[in-house]
Design a protein around this ligand. Structure first.
Ligand code: CAA
Length: 262
């Protein structure tokens, strides 16, 4: 249910495709288990620098598998923690770009919310329709939407279950750029290439959980003053790396930097 393809100008971009088209990539346990395993494999393989996560032209993911969930009782989801491993994506330290065409509903939107950058095709549809099936977002929607946007937008999405277009998603700050359906993945891979050109160590400092914190991620998880402290410490820590010295020296010498990841 998951396809992993190596791509990008330097063959160091992992294109991860959700591949359950008959169910609009509904997130069943098996798909999420495979997604988790694939992401961890990429995380520990140094030859991959950036991840692009996508679906197909009709659906990124139409949410958790409602047919699978319909039979479950409280004890099943509580005792077995129904969402075990479903948030692996939020622990990956390499940059993840979501390339969303078509439906990204419920857990599909929540997967996009866990990514670092979201590019959308012009046919993308986002939303938290869980309320219409008698439940609430379970993969972080009630927590991440208010941090991305504001209380009013988060409430509107989660209480009314409204679907929003790519353009609306861009206006509320979830999506950074919109492309045609066909151009979406090539553009996401070009962005991945631009990120992959930089020092992996410094990329990780921007994104990942180094030193019990991160810089951009900390903005969503701490107060402003704690976040500013984290950024200052991480900024200072780049001066302990060769890549920081190399990057600044190369600039002064008008040449391309040679990253050593140290
Ligand atoms: N779970 C299971 N199957 C799903 C599904 C889902 N979330 N979404 C679509 N499918 C299946 C349909 O049942 C259908 O299967 P069959 O052909 O076997 O009947 C197939 O995918 C195609 O779907 P539709 O015929 O419905 O396609 P459509 O184009 O008419 O409608 C849609 C598309 C508007 C996305 C509609 O399928 C839909 O509303 N899906 C459910 C969306 C939803 O409520 N998502 C939230 C799930 S709960 C959740 O995600 C909890 C959480 O926080 C993690």
């Amino acid at each position: 249910m998951i396809t992993l393809t190596r791509t990008g100008a330097q063959e160091n971009v992992a294109l991860v495709t959700l591949n359950r088209p008959n169910a609009l990539n509904a997130l069943c346990r098996q798909l999420m288990q495979e997604l988790s395993e694939t992401l961890l494999k990429i995380e520990y393989d140094e030859s991959y620098r950036v991840i692009v996560l996508t679906g197909n032209e009709k659906a990124f993911a139409a949410g958790a598998d409602i047919k699978e969930m319909a039979k479950l009782e409280f004890k099943d989801v509580f005792q077995n923690d129904f969402f075990t491993n479903w948030d692996t994506l939020s622990h990956i330290t390499k940059p993840v770009i979501a390339a969303v065409n078509g439906f990204a509903l419920g857990g599909g939107t929540e997967l996009a919310l866990m990514c670092d950058i979201v590019y959308a095709g012009e046919n993308a549809v986002f939303g938290q329709p869980e309320i219409s099936i008698g439940t609430i977002p379970g993969l972080g929607g009630t927590q991440r939407w208010p941090r991305f946007t504001n209380k009013s937008i988060a409430m509107e999405l989660c209480l009314a279950g409204d679907k929003i277009s790519a353009q609306d998603a861009k206006e509320v700050g979830l999506v950074s750029k919109i492309f045609t359906v066909q151009q979406l993945i090539p553009e996401a891979v070009l962005l991945a290439d631009r990120i992959a050109k930089n020092s992996p160590l410094i990329v990780k400092t921007v994104k990942a959980r180094l030193c019990r914190g991160s810089s951009i991620n900390a903005a969503y998880e701490t107060s402003l003053s704690q976040g500013l402290q984290t950024e200052k410490h991480l900024f200072q820590s780049t001066f302990a790396t060769n890549d920081r010295l190399e990057g600044m020296t190369a600039f002064a010498e008008k040449r391309a930097p040679k990253w050593t990841n140290q």
